[in-house]
Design a protein around this ligand. Structure first.
Ligand SMILES: Nc1ncnc2c1ncn2[C@@H]1O[C@H](COP(=O)(O)OP(=O)(O)OP(=O)(O)O)[C@@H](O)[C@H]1O
Length: 292
């Protein structure tokens, strides 16, 4: 169930360690009549050691939020911190190093190097950085992800789910402060998607990692501890201990509001990706494959 607004503003952590935070985060694309306000003065805390999902209709600003929090995109106004480091204002070079050393990434397309085998892909970012992996940690990650007997395989010799597990291990290898996953199950069938979600969950529960995942899928969001809901570039709600059904119900309300306000179309994209009951179908806890 949604947390009543009276307790604290949606997106702000009540207590505990903060892995990343933003204040007044604003991102505009373009200028003049074609300008789009992708993020509208967002205040958000990402709690350390938790699994946070970000949901919202298409064009609501989910990817932009992730990119700005991860230092992959510049902001128009406001401030972003990773831990105690303010990243807004860092030079490109410093940002590159910060991303490399302190953040792990997973994307819908697994982004593995086809000519490298699994273990080479996993350690590639650290190799590029000239860092030696902590072998004990690496072993733990590899075993947690069930990749021990696949380490010498190239991506083409692995299933989609296994490839995403390699990408997950690559994101975890340097023991980053924060892992950003953008639709990590978007290219997987529901079984492989479930597997990856379970591993992300384990990364949080057993390895103490912090994960932020953008998703369109209520079933995927149900694996998180907290769902942040974005609409029109703002965090409008949050849900602790989400279930797929509760997330789906919340997403449907965006459809209703949109239908009431603009008849179903607007400047931020002319469709919502809030799933219908049908997309959940057989796997309320699973994932559905979404075209982007
Ligand atoms: N590079 C860009 N140039 C111009 N507008 C952009 C750019 N990137 C995003 N936008 C706009 O900013 C808004 C937010 O986009 P964003 O991709 O963050 O939304 P999203 O919630 O991730 O959408 P989706 O669920 O469809 O992936 C949209 O209106 C989008 O059209």
């Amino acid at each position: 169930m949604s947390i009543p607004a009276a307790e604290h503003a949606p997106g702000l952590a009540p207590a505990g360690g903060i892995a990343a935070r933003a204040r007044g985060l604003t991102k505009a694309y373009g200028s003049g009549e074609t300008a789009v306000l992708a993020l509208d003065s967002v205040d958000v805390d990402i709690a350390r050691g938790r699994f946070t999902a970000v949901m919202g209709p298409s064009g609501s600003g989910k990817s932009t939020l992730m990119h700005c929090l991860a230092g992959l995109d510049t902001v128009s106004a406001g401030q972003v911190w990773l831990g105690d480091t303010e990243i807004t204002g860092l030079k490109d070079r410093e940002l590159t190093r910060l991303r490399r050393d302190r953040i792990g990434f997973m994307f819908q397309s697994f982004n593995l190097i086809p000519t490298l085998n699994a273990v080479e892909n996993i350690t590639l970012p650290m190799d590029i950085a000239g860092q030696k992996p902590d072998q004990k940690w690496l072993d733990q990650v590899i075993d947690t992800l069930g990749l021990r007997d696949r380490l010498k395989h190239r991506p083409s010799q692995l299933s989609g789910g296994q490839q995403q597990r390699v990408a997950c291990a690559r994101a975890l290898a340097s023991r980053p402060e924060l892992i950003f996953a953008d639709e990590p199950t978007g290219n997987l069938d529901s079984r492989a998607g479930l597997e990856v979600l379970a591993f992300l969950r384990e990364a949080v529960d057993q390895l103490g990692q912090t994960v932020v995942m953008v998703t369109h899928d209520p079933g995927a969001a149900a694996h998180s501890d907290l769902v942040l809901f974005l609409a029109d570039g703002r965090i409008v709600d949050e849900m602790e201990r989400p279930t797929a059904d509760a997330v789906l119900e919340r997403m449907k309300r965006f459809d209703v509001i949109r239908a009431q306000s603009d008849g179903g179309s607007g400047p931020r994209g002319d469709s919502t990706d809030a799933p219908t009951t049908g997309t959940l179908g057989t796997d309320a806890d699973g994932t559905d494959v979404k075209e982007k």
